[in-house]
Design a protein around this ligand. Structure first.
Ligand code: FES
Length: 133
C-alpha cells in the first residue's frame, strides 16, 4: 500500500486511525461489576474523578456516574456508612481501608469481612461489589 493510501485509510477509517495513535496504547480499563443487578462498567483511571461524590475513582464515584444507585447520605465524606458495599471479587484491586473507614464499616448493620465504603474504596483493577438491598 502506498503512503498516500495509508494516509487516506488512517484519516477515513477511525479504527485504524486510533490504532497508530500513541494514546491508543495507554488506555487501561478496569471492569467494575455491581451486583445484584449485574451492571458491568469499564472505567479508565485516567478519567478519574468521574463526579464529585466520594474519593476520585471510588466505587461510589463510578457507580453514580454510570447510573448505579448507591445511598450516600454524607455525600461521600466517609462517615455515614450508607454507601456500604460487599466486595465479592477483586478486593486486592481496591485502595486499602484506613482506620476511619473500618470504624464506619463496623457501625453498619449487616457488615461482613468484605464490607467497604463505596465512597472510600478507589478502584485500581477489576472488581465486583454487591450493593445491599
Ligand atoms: S457516603 Fe457516607 S460513608 Fe460513604
Amino acid at each position: 500500500m502506498s503512503a498516500a493510501a495509508d494516509a487516506y485509510a488512517a484519516f477515513y477509517m477511525p479504527t485504524r486511525a486510533w490504532a497508530w495513535h500513541p494514546l491508543a496504547k495507554r488506555m487501561p480499563t478496569h471492569k467494575v461489576t455491581f451486583l445484584p443487578d449485574n451492571v458491568v462498567v469499564e472505567v479508565d483511571p485516567e478519567c478519574y474523578p468521574y463526579g464529585r461524590t466520594g474519593e476520585p475513582g471510588s466505587v461510589l464515584d463510578i457507580a453514580l456516574t454510570h447510573g448505579v444507585d448507591i445511598l450516600h447520605a454524607c455525600e461521600g465524606s466517609g462517615v455515614c456508612g450508607t454507601c456500604h458495599v460487599i466486595v465479592t471479587a477483586g478486593a486486592e484491586n481496591l485502595s486499602e481501608a484506613d482506620d476511619d473507614e473500618m470504624d464506619a464499616v463496623e457501625q453498619v448493620a449487616g457488615n461482613e469481612l468484605a464490607s467497604r465504603l463505596a465512597c472510600q474504596a478507589v478502584v485500581g483493577g477489576d472488581v465486583t461489589v454487591r450493593v445491599p438491598c
